[in-house]
Design a protein. Sequence first.
Length: 84
Amino acid sequence: MNFTIEMRTVFKNTSSPLKATANILFDDCFVVRNVKLIENDNGMFISMPSYKARDGEWRSVCHPINAECREELQAAFIKAYKKG
């Protein structure tokens, strides 16, 4: 799978857990917008776009199906964040 991380907004030097937002372009034919990089006590992780359901729970609009894909996306996202 080929994908590109397009950093949109980077929040460095802030106490907010939100560190960045980006778009992920898959195989130059599909984009996922507004992916967030969050930092908490356990480290950094990506948060996919989500919506609040009628039952009050938040649900991802889209998400990786397996752990390997999530780890690959997350590593690339963190690398892009640290690069610039």
